[in-house]
Design a protein around this ligand. Structure first.
Ligand code: GDP
Length: 443
């Protein structure tokens, strides 16, 4: 997602490259590109106008920072504005002082409301919050069945009264049942329509009046772009929402909805749906989303994950070694294990700038290659690991490693030559001969 937006924003940064500072004159073209990029990502026009105006004001008031190029500074300003538009920090789901917390789900048909109901219940379960899901879509028996099936799948109870009872009544009885059984949170799934219609709105309003929910979450389909802004605005005006769940962010969305929701409703996106599976729900973090939009990868998540695994002093030492070409096979092995601890290579690569587009086939190959490499390094002696040059000059050592690791001599030779190449590349970087790795966005 957001690939196109990130690419277009690149054009904005380019307009400022080579300038020595941001000025009223040179920033206009960059702002035009930002505007164009956001509009083509389907961000609501009013949101775009305000965004661009705010970026301009901040940029004009910004002091020149020593060592920071104007285009970098501009990226930072746009990043900060993106974060602000989306709400600065994660807003967790409300928790009522006395149980149960009542969550009312609203949204059009097909947006992923029923799926989101189950996803949310599963998510809360992981936080030790027990849930009851209530099925009130009496117009589509299939919707009730869908929730019941999902409930069985995730082992969370569903309250339903078939299709002959009034939805308001079902919601009230569901809440009463939740109180009796002492669950922490009751999530009420409601009927959607293909379009906003007066009857649906009236019913939602009635349920809301009767059960007095702690949260009214609007489920918004990220694929709907502009439409999402109008929808959010209308629901908020007519029903009053407390937040949104943005679904289908895993799809080929242009992303505009993520930027519009809070601006048009004043309410935050609390969760995002990133797949059809019940596990595919994540809390929404504006800062992480902003760095994704800028195509800088989800560096924050990456750093957090890395911090859990590495001792920072160790990391600094490792970097020093890399840059001085003292990086050896033991270090390499350490790095690989670290990668493994941090999760699958696939998951990790998606977070890296410019790497999100690898196919699962390519990733699988990558994971397989990592395993092979590890086996070969494991077959080296301590001395060989420390001094890779020993291997380059000795076919008999390479033969022994090949035999020990169950690989061909050609594979061992190719590992050694790739490693040597990588080391000299690192050394060049250390000596400042390269501007950074390709695809790393100059970071
Ligand atoms: P409802 O009519 O609003 O209750 O929508 P459903 O929950 O039945 O979902 C409609 C369709 O969207 C189903 O095929 C879901 O599997 C799919 N869906 C829901 N959430 C997501 C998501 O986050 N990503 C993707 N790719 N599909 C989703």
């Amino acid at each position: 997602m957001f690939d196109a937006l990130a690419e277009r924003l690149e054009d904005a940064w380019k307009k400022l490259r080579g300038q020595d500072k941001i000025s009223q004159a040179n920033i206009q073209d960059a702002l035009k590109e930002v505007r164009r990029a956001l509009l083509s990502a389907d961000v609501n026009l009013q949101v775009v106008k305000k965004f661009v105006a705010d970026v301009e004001t901040t940029a004009m008031g910004a002091d020149v920072i020593a060592g920071v190029r104007p285009d970098q500074q501009f990226i930072k300003i746009v990043y900060d504005e993106l974060v602000q538009v989306m709400g600065e920090s994660n807003v967790p789901l409300a928790k009522a002082d006395t149980s149960p917390t009542i969550v009312l789900m609203a949204g059009l048909q097909g947006t992923g409301k029923t799926t989101a109901t189950a996803k949310l219940a599963l998510h809360l379960g992981k936080e030790n919050r027990s849930c009851l899901m209530v099925a009130t879509d009496v117009y589509r028996p299939a919707a009730i069945d869908q929730l019941v099936t999902l409930g069985e799948q995730i082992n969370i109870p569903v309250f339903e009264m078939g299709t002959d009872t009034n939805p308001v009544e079902i919601a009230c009885q569901g809440v009463a049942h939740a109180k009796e059984t002492g669950v922490d949170t009751v999530i009420i799934d409601t009927a959607g329509r293909l379009q906003i219609d007066a009857e649906m709105m009236a019913e939602l309003a009635q349920i809301k009046d009767n059960v007095k929910p702690d949260e009214v979450l609007l489920v918004v389909d990220a694929m709907t772009g502009q439409e999402a802004a109008t929808l959010t605005h209308t629901f908020n005006q007519q029903i009053g929402i407390t937040g949104a769940i943005l679904t289908k962010l895993d799809g080929d969305t242009r992303g505009g909805a993520a930027l519009s929701v809070r601006q048009v409703s004043g309410q935050p996106i609390k969760f995002v749906g990133v797949g059809e599976k019940v596990e595919a729900l994540q809390p929404f973090y504006p800062d992480r989303m902003a760095s994704r939009i800028l195509g800088m990868g989800d560096v924050l998540t990456l750093v957090e994950k890395a911090q859990e695994e590495i001792d920072m002093a160790d990391a600094a030492q490792m970097q020093e070694k890399m840059l001085n070409a003292q990086f050896d096979f033991s270090d390499f092995l350490k790095q690989m294990r670290l990668l493994k601890n941090m999760g699958s290579l696939g998951g990790l690569m998606k977070l890296m700038p410019g790497m999100g587009k690898l196919s699962s086939d390519q990733l699988e190959k990558g994971e397989g290659k990592l395993k092979q490499t590890e086996a070969m390094i494991n077959s080296m002696t301590a001395e060989e690991r420390r001094n890779p040059d020993l291997l380059a000059g000795s076919p008999s050592r390479r033969r022994r490693i090949a035999r020990g690791s169950g690989h061909s001599e050609r594979e061992v030779s190719s590992l050694i030559s790739e490693f040597t190449k990588m080391r000299s590349l690192m050394k060049q970087m250390g000596q400042g001969q390269m501007g950074g790795l390709p695809g790393m966005g100059g970071m």
